[in-house]
Design a binder for this molecule. Structure first.
Ligand SMILES: C[S@@+](CC[C@H](N)C(=O)[O-])C[C@H]1O[C@@H](n2cnc3c(N)ncnc32)[C@H](O)[C@@H]1O
Length: 496
């Protein structure tokens, strides 16, 4: 119930006389309409009583039956009404009727003053309101989360608010400029970003450190708190909102990857376009195109060093930007790309873009072939039908199998099994390249606490340990980096 409807409930419907039931009775609130519990306490014949209130009006109450001696005319001198543990009225009352079984009930008239029914309705509205949730969260956070941590969250909030005020003011000025605006805007955003962003990033790094010792309960509370205070100021940018809202049902879909590496975002307000610049400059976001380039480099190496027809398999291929880039400029050589993804729409997108890139490179003729397999990792690991087995057979003997943006979601036991499975599918002398992100202090905290995008970060040591079970023993096993050094790659060569 809203504040307005709580108040309206108390108003007379009209002033034209009733169609029936002409006897006026003051408006009554039934306890079943309330989400909290309302109790009447009083002393009767020297004994304290607590009784559930069935309904209440400005002049009286209905109570669940109490003492049989509580007969009409009995006076209750210290009557108190309590809603949800808070005393909301106290005074005197008198029993005016008592009804026995089956619906036992005692009627009380308030004799020392009226009860403000609207206040009860307002208390009930407040109990379920956003404000109550905020108050409760604030108090719980104050009790369980370090002051320094909450202060840093407040600092991020203030920085974002300052940016929004600045750009809202600039928006008005820029709108006077007409088409000149398009030339001025990038400089305006850059100037503000360069002085603002170092502070913003350094607070994220501090929050990352301050959150390190949190236990499970603190992490849950801290995530609610940080999301509530910061996400409303971030959600105008599509990269923040898609990461947070996960419209595909999981984080990191192919559209999110395109937002990390695609063209500039031109829609929305000036502040929202500024936020997109902020997002694109998070270190881990810059890793997305950097790791695509790293994968593209290995595709080029394998294409250049392998004789005959080559098979290159991309697992969790997403938009397959690295294949598009490679095909656009490659020298003619027979090569087959096999794309595997659980998302059919991602496959359709990648297939179209790679085909367009092939057509744009007229030297290629029909040397390049693209095949898309709509498969999940689960199906890859446990093929339960002959059709699945046949599809997976199409991957075997690959000269290169590579993947990024997948193992960061897999716990160690699954990651290790998948690594072994993919290694089995690589042909002799072939290469397996699999990326996994490392913790990145200026970005990881935002993903964990505000965007609800938890990832399994790994270290060189943990990756070496997971790969130690590969059989036959690899010819070479290295842990390499992308250009930002935030994505680690298992780079494994199978013996020839
Ligand atoms: C973070 S994107 C990475 C895309 C691409 N490899 C890149 O680095 O740009 C993850 C991709 O993995 C796919 N994916 C996620 N879980 C998967 C699963 N269990 N099986 C197959 N594909 C999956 C998603 O559909 C998405 O396209």
């Amino acid at each position: 119930m809203s504040i307005r409807s709580a108040a309206n409930q108390l108003k007379h419907k009209d002033f034209m006389g009733a169609e029936s039931m002409h006897r006026f009775r003051p408006g009554r609130v039934q306890s079943c309409e309330l989400s909290g519990s309302i109790v009447a306490s009083f002393t009767f014949e020297g004994e304290p009583w607590d009784a559930r209130v069935l309904d209440v009006s400005s002049t009286g109450l209905g109570l669940e039956s109490v003492s049989a001696a509580c007969v009409p005319g009995a006076s209750l001198s210290d009557l108190t009404l309590t809603y949800d543990g808070t005393s909301i009225w106290s005074g005197a009352g008198e029993v005016i009727y008592q009804i026995g079984e089956p619906t036992s009930r005692v009627g009380i008239r308030l004799t020392s003053g009226l009860f403000e029914v609207s206040e009860l309705s307002y208390r009930n509205v407040l109990r379920n309101s956003d404000a109550s949730v905020a108050i409760d969260l604030t108090m719980r956070a104050a009790a369980s989360l370090p002051d320094a941590w909450r202060a840093r969250v407040a600092d991020v909030h203030h920085l974002l608010q300052a940016a929004r005020s600045h750009f809202d003011a600039c928006e008005n000025e820029l709108s006077q400029l007409g088409t000149e605006r398009l030339e001025r805007e990038p400089a305006l955003i850059r100037a503000f970003y360069d002085s603002w962003a170092p502070k913003y990033r350094s607070i994220f790094t501090e929050l990352y450190e301050l959150s390190k010792g949190f236990d499970h309960k603190q992490i849950e509370l801290a995530s609610h708190y940080a999301e509530r205070h910061l996400y409303p100021l971030l959600k105008g940018c599509p990269l923040h909102s898609r990461s947070h809202d996960k419209p595909s049902g999981y984080a990191g879909d192919y559209q999110t990857m395109l937002l990390c590496s695609g063209p500039d975002y031109l829609a929305g307000s000036l502040y929202e376009r500024f936020l997109y610049r902020v997002a694109r400059n998070y270190t881990m976001v810059k890793t997305v195109p950097a790791r695509q380039r790293a994968m593209g480099t290995v595709i080029a190496e394998v294409a250049a060093t392998t004789r005959g027809r080559k098979k290159v398999v991309s697992i969790a291929s997403g938009p397959a930007v690295e294949i598009q880039e490679f095909v656009r400029t490659m020298a003619p050589t027979p090569i087959q790309f096999v794309l595997v993804d659980q998302d059919e729409v991602a496959l359709a997108y990648a297939n179209d873009k790679i085909t367009a890139a092939i057509l744009a490179n007229p030297r290629l003729g029909d040397e390049v072939e693209v095949e898309c397999l709509h498969l999940s990792v689960r199906q890859l690991m446990k093929p339960e039908t002959d059709e699945l087995l046949a599809s997976i057979a199409r991957l075997s003997g690959a000269n290169l199998i590579y993947s990024a943006g997948l193992f960061d979601y897999l716990p160690d036991n699954v990651a290790q099994k998948l690594l072994m499975r993919l290694y089995d599918l690589v042909g002799s002398g072939g290469r397996l390249l699999v990326g996994n992100l490392r913790e990145t202090p200026d970005t990881t905290w935002l993903l964990d606490y505000v965007l609800n995008w938890p990832l399994v970060y790994r270290t060189r040591e943990s990756m070496e340990s997971l790969a130690s079970v590969l059989k036959p023993t690899p010819r070479t096993l290295r842990i390499n980096f992308d250009g930002t050094e935030r994505c680690l790659f298992w780079d494994v060569e199978r013996p020839g």
